[in-house]
Ligand binder design. Structure first.
Ligand code: PLP
Length: 363
């Protein structure tokens, strides 16, 4: 992966947002930095970016808004689907529940999040239905949205069939479906690599596992894919986007120099770079997982389908690696760590990590 020689690549498996801006987004920013153009999203870069997103999703009437980060994308999207007396069903590991400081509740003026658990970061239709039906009386907030994360916080991917089954339950009970796609590119790349169902060429396009599977709103992640401070809120049902521009403005999420958010999407979408970077991060993760499996005494806590490996490390082993300068987070229990790859992870980074891990294990 060619990148600026000034970028320091090694020592980072902490998150995909510790990586820099990828060459395609950077080059688009440079091109967009020419002269004066209209502000607040009325420029040609923004028009092109929206059209490219409509093309990727085969949805000419989709409504698209660019915001600065994932927390605002999720919170504002959820707020637009809910009244203050509603509730949102999500996984108990969901970013909206554990990593957004109550922003979904805040921006929706009190909508409650209801959490359910499920293996590998995924919700199952029966669990969702049980939660919807648990309380339907006037004294409990009415379930209004199902929120799922694709790819999940556990580096797994919902198949199109799984999403359709979840949406079917949601729709049966009058709930809308929101997808947190902070790592949508990783999921799209992983699904594109899967064999097609029934040989009919159906199944794994971005349209297939979003709106065709019942998703109403997608928060399409740009930042973790290699862009800077930009996420796209994609309303597949344009009715739901009504007055969303006002919501963004009020929340401080309407960029005046919008071209510097939207141009990056043009650079990433027009030549497929978004999928290549997603696939690269996934491939580096598989490489890391294989190297870890080959080490005696190392236990993987989940089978990675996208760009993170969850591994159990003894405290002294983790400490030795951290003393060597490696960055990674404790994620599950006392000894479960997450090692995350990104668009800029190199095979050499994985090799040096494994060398240091081997030394830490035998110290
Ligand atoms: C990173 C991430 C987000 C967005 O987080 P911000 O820091 O607000 O940009 C949202 N959802 C998931 C699952 C994430 O991993």
């Amino acid at each position: 992966m060619p990148a600026s020689p000034t970028l320091r690549h090694d020592y980072h498996f902490a998150s995909d947002n510790t990586s820099g801006i990828c060459p395609e987004a950077w080059s688009a920013l440079t091109q967009a930095n020419q002269g004066r153009v209209p502000s607040y999203g009325t420029d040609d870069w923004t028009r092109r970016a929206c059209d490219l997103i409509r093309e990727v999703f085969e949805k000419p009437d989709a409504e698209i808004f660019f915001v600065f980060n994932g927390t605002s994308a999720n919170s504002l999207a959820l707020a637009s689907l809910c009244q203050s007396y509603h509730s949102v069903i999500c996984h108990d590991f969901a970013h909206v529940e554990v990593d957004e400081c109550g922003a979904p509740e805040f921006f929706s003026n009190g909508t409650k999040l209801l959490t359910a658990t499920g293996a590998n970061g995924k919700l199952a239709p029966e669990t969702v239905e049980r939660l919807i039906l648990k309380r339907t009386d006037i004294h409990f907030p009415k379930a209004r949205v199902l929120s799922i994360t694709q790819s999940t916080e556990w580096a797994t991917v919902y198949s199109r069939e799984e999403i359709s089954a979840l949406s079917a339950v949601a729709k049966r009970h009058g709930l809308a479906v929101h997808m947190d796609g902070a790592r949508f590119a990783n999921a799209a790349a992983a699904l594109a690599a899967r064999p097609r169902a029934g040989g009919k060429g159906e199944g794994h396009s971005p349209a297939d596992f979003t709106w065709r599977a019942g998703v109403d709103v997608l928060c399409f992640g740009g930042t973790k894919n290699g862009m800077n401070t930009t996420e796209a809120v994609v309303f597949f049902n344009p009715e739901l986007a009504k007055e969303f521009d006002y919501r963004c403005k009020q929340a401080g999420q309407l960029a005046s120099k919008m071209r510097f958010l939207s141009s990056q999407w043009v650079g990433m979408l027009e030549n497929g770079a978004w999928l290549r970077h997603g696939a690269h991060a996934n491939a580096m993760t598989q490489r890391l997982a294989s190297a870890l499996r080959a080490l005696p005494g190392i236990k993987l806590l989940a089978e990675p389908e996208v760009n993170a490996v969850f591994v159990e490390l003894a405290p002294e082993v983790a400490r030795r690696l951290q003393e060597k300068g490696w960055h990674f987070y404790n994620f599950i229990g006392a000894h479960g760590y997450r090692l995350m790859c990104s668009w800029d992870t190199r095979a050499e980074d994985i090799e040096s990590f494994i060398v240091d891990l081997r030394a830490a294990l035998s110290a």
